[in-house]
Design a protein around this ligand. Structure first.
Ligand code: 3PY
Length: 238
């Protein structure tokens, strides 16, 4: 799956990325201006353009995770997981009984405002994607334990944060990063977890895809727009 991070408030950007054939969009509440009202419209825009809508919340916060899923998102991505206990708390917040303890309201958008058959709603809700990000020293130290936690689907390596924790901020193509990413990828594969990460160059994205990263976020909507505009200006004036 190839996707893009969204850091804009206009749902037309989301719809356009779906029309371009992107498989998923990550609606970024951690580093973007997407509040819950906007989220409802972005999720709708992803749906009409056949794209999986994932919300990256700010952290392991049960209310934020619940609100994102209540808005009808197809998945939630939780940044900076450092321990197995945090991973378990994320699972608990994102899943209903018997896997977790997510807050229940059957009148939310995800439950078709109360019109979804109850059994179907609870069943479908527990099949939404849960993606956990490991990107700091603590998460790397505790990786084996984090990988043993059940109830989440994808382990996502945040390369920028990881590069900072290695003392080489921003150098995501550094050999030290390559080594660590490979190590994490091998461990995740052994535990049967799917892998995700982020790339901001086509070369890196291709390399990671070939290396088995199934959930690959490429760049950010507003940056894709900016880069295209720069290229147009440059090509016309050269
Ligand atoms: C990171 O690179 O640290 C991310 O969280 C993805 O942009």
């Amino acid at each position: 799956m190839i996707g893009v991070f969204s850091k804009t408030t206009d749902s037309n950007f989301v719809e356009a990325l779906g029309l371009a054939g992107m498989d998923f969009i990550i609606l970024d509440q951690e580093h973007g201006p997407i509040h819950n009202e906007t989220l409802h419209n972005h999720v709708r825009a992803a749906r009409v353009s056949n794209m999986t809508a994932v919300v990256r919340v700010k952290g392991v916060d049960a209310n934020a995770i619940g609100a994102a899923l209540d808005a009808g998102a197809d998945g939630v991505q939780v940044p900076n997981i450092g321990t197995a206990e945090e991973a378990s708390r994320a699972v608990d917040a994102a899943r209903f009984f018997p896997t977790g303890n997510r807050g229940v309201c059957r009148f939310v958008k995800a439950a078709k405002f109360g019109s979804a058959p109850k059994a179907e709603y609870f069943q479908n809700a527990n099949e939404k994607l849960l993606i956990l990000q490991v990107e700091g020293k603590e998460g790397i130290v505790n990786l084996d334990e984090i990988l043993k936690v059940d109830g989440y689907d994808i382990l996502f390596i945040g390369p920028y944060d990881l590069s900072q924790s290695l003392g080489i901020p921003g150098q995501i193509d550094h050999p030290k990063m390559e080594e660590l990413m490979n190590e994490v990828a091998e461990k995740a594969k052994k535990q049967g977890k799917k892998l995700g990460t982020f790339a901001d160059s086509i070369t890196t994205a291709r390399k990671l895809r070939n290396r088995g990263f199934q959930y690959l976020a490429y760049s950010v909507d507003i940056n894709i727009f900016l880069e295209a505009a720069l290229k147009i200006k440059e090509e016309i004036t050269e």
